[in-house]
Structures are given as structure tokens and as C-alpha cells.
Ligand binder design. Structure first.
Ligand SMILES: NC(=O)c1ccc[n+]([C@@H]2O[C@H](COP(=O)([O-])OP(=O)(O)OC[C@H]3O[C@@H](n4cnc5c(N)ncnc54)[C@H](OP(=O)(O)O)[C@@H]3O)[C@@H](O)[C@H]2O)c1
Length: 217
């Protein structure tokens, strides 16, 4: 039951996080709307990390076996994913990495979220008994997927549940060169999500893979 289920694990961000978690020795399940696509990504991770414990399946099916869930679907697929999976999220540690972003007039902007202050807030409202944490929005998928290049970033972790925040910070510590930063309550997730939108615009402007470091702590 310590397996980490990555919903939307076939996309670059979910794949990259699953790869880094598997490299840290965590048991991971890749989720997809299509089990065959999930298996293709799981096989790709096993090809790079032959001893990794990586399974695959349909997004809802992999939840039964998981204590931790990473939500790595695009913002416009989050509501429908929550509709199907929320009943199975109760009691689990749910790590939201979704950035509410829209692309308009040549730039990324923060997308409005009707009825919620952030995607993390949306997740918590949909699954009130889940232990929701917000993290990893400011880490680029390209960096996560590039195992040969050490990561160099801070990861802000926000949660209302102190134990949930600590668990995610411990996971971050297991990925070399990442530093977890206690980002406080889930209410702060909205600002991290906005910072991620800024990084997307900086990446576009500078043809870069930016991330953040907090100084002064
Ligand atoms: N890419 C980055 O660098 C980055 C960095 C930080 C945070 N994030 C966040 O991480 C999340 C995933 O990013 P990504 O770039 O990996 O996204 P993505 O490639 O657009 O989507 C990830 C996966 O989600 C599934 N999906 C697509 N549309 C869906 C829908 N309408 N409903 C349910 N599932 C759907 C797809 O898997 P199946 O078709 O196999 O189901 C897809 O492979 C996003 O919310 C993004 O904001 C991304």
C-alpha cells in the first residue's frame, strides 16, 4: 500500500516524476485513461531503471493499491478526472501538481477556477477526506525526465495537514539536489501555481528550463 499512483502518468510531468520517484526506490503505478498507454510508459521507466517497481493501469484501477496519488493531468482534464476518482481518494495523500494555465495572445496566463482558489483547493473540495498537498508545479518535465542532469531547485510544499506536508517533503528529499520548502497551508498553493505560470513565460522568453530557489530561509 505504499505504492504511489500517478494519474496522467503518460504525460511528460507525470512520467518525469514517476521516473524520479522510482529512481529513489519508491514503488510507482503509472495511470492513464488507456491501460495500454500506461504500460508503455511503465516499460519505458523499467528500461531505464531495470530494478524499479513500476506497474501500470487505468487511472481509477491503480488507486486501490496506492497510499499516495499524484495528480498529473492537464488543468482542463482535472475536473473530469476528479469526478471519476474522488470517491477513491479518501484518506490518501494526494499530491496536486496541476498548474491552472491557459495560453492566450502569445503568453501563458493563470486560468480562472470557478468555485475554487487554486487547483489544490478544487481537489480538496472534490475529495474532502483526502490529505491534499500541493507541490512540484515549478519543476519542468524536461528536467525531471533528464536523469543524467542533476536537478537544482527548491520545491514548495503546501498542505493543511502537517503530516501530509512532511510526507511530501520527505519524498522531495529523496530526489538528489531537490530541497523541499515548507510552503505553509494549502491556501498558499494559489501563489505557487501563479509562480509556475510566470516560469512558463520565462521559459518561453529565454528558451530555458527555469525553476525556483528560495533564499533567506
Ligand atoms: N510539463 C511540465 O513541464 C509541467 C511542469 C509542472 C507542472 N505541470 C503540470 O502537470 C500536469 C501534467 O503536465 P503534462 O505536461 O504532463 O500534461 P499533458 O501531457 O498534457 O497530460 C498528461 C496526461 O494526462 C492525460 N490527459 C490528457 N487530457 C486529459 C483529460 N482531458 N482528462 C484526463 N486525462 C487527460 C493524458 O494521458 P492519457 O491520454 O494516457 O490518459 C496525458 O498524457 C499539468 O497539469 C501541468 O500543468 C507540468
Amino acid at each position: 500500500m505504499r505504492r504511489i499512483a500517478v494519474l496522467g502518468g503518460t504525460g511528460p510531468e507525470g512520467h518525469g516524476l514517476a521516473l524520479r520517484l522510482a529512481a529513489a526506490g519508491e514503488a510507482v503505478a503509472i495511470g492513464s485513461r488507456d491501460p495500454a498507454r500506461a504500460e508503455t510508459t511503465a516499460a519505458a521507466i523499467r528500461a531505464v531503471l531495470p530494478r524499479a517497481d513500476v506497474t501500470a493501469g487505468e487511472n481509477t484501477a491503480i488507486l486501490a493499491d496506492a497510499s499516495t496519488v499524484v495528480l498529473a493531468v492537464p488543468f482542463d482534464g482535472l475536473a473530469s478526472t476528479l469526478e471519476r476518482t474522488a470517491p477513491s481518494l479518501g484518506g490518501k495523500l494526494v499530491i496536486d501538481v496541476v498548474v491552472p494555465v491557459a495560453f492566450r495572445a502569445g503568453a501563458f496566463e493563470l486560468a480562472p477556477i470557478p468555485g475554487a482558489a487554486s487547483t489544490a483547493d478544487l481537489v480538496q473540495r472534490a475529495a474532502p477526506t483526502a490529505r491534499v498537498a500541493s507541490a512540484f508545479q515549478t519543476l519542468s518535465a524536461k528536467s525531471l525526465l533528464d536523469l543524467a542532469t542533476p536537478l537544482d531547485a527548491d520545491v514548495l510544499v503546501c498542505a493543511d495537514d502537517d503530516a501530509a506536508r512532511d510526507e511530501v517533503m520527505s519524498l522531495v528529499r529523496r530526489m538528489p539536489n531537490l530541497r523541499p520548502v515548507d510552503g505553509g497551508p494549502l491556501a498558499n498553493a494559489r501563489y505557487v501555481e501563479a509562480a509556475a505560470v510566470l516560469l512558463l513565460n520565462l521559459n518561453r522568453r529565454h528558451h530555458a528550463r527555469t525553476s525556483i530557489r528560495i533564499t533567506g530561509l
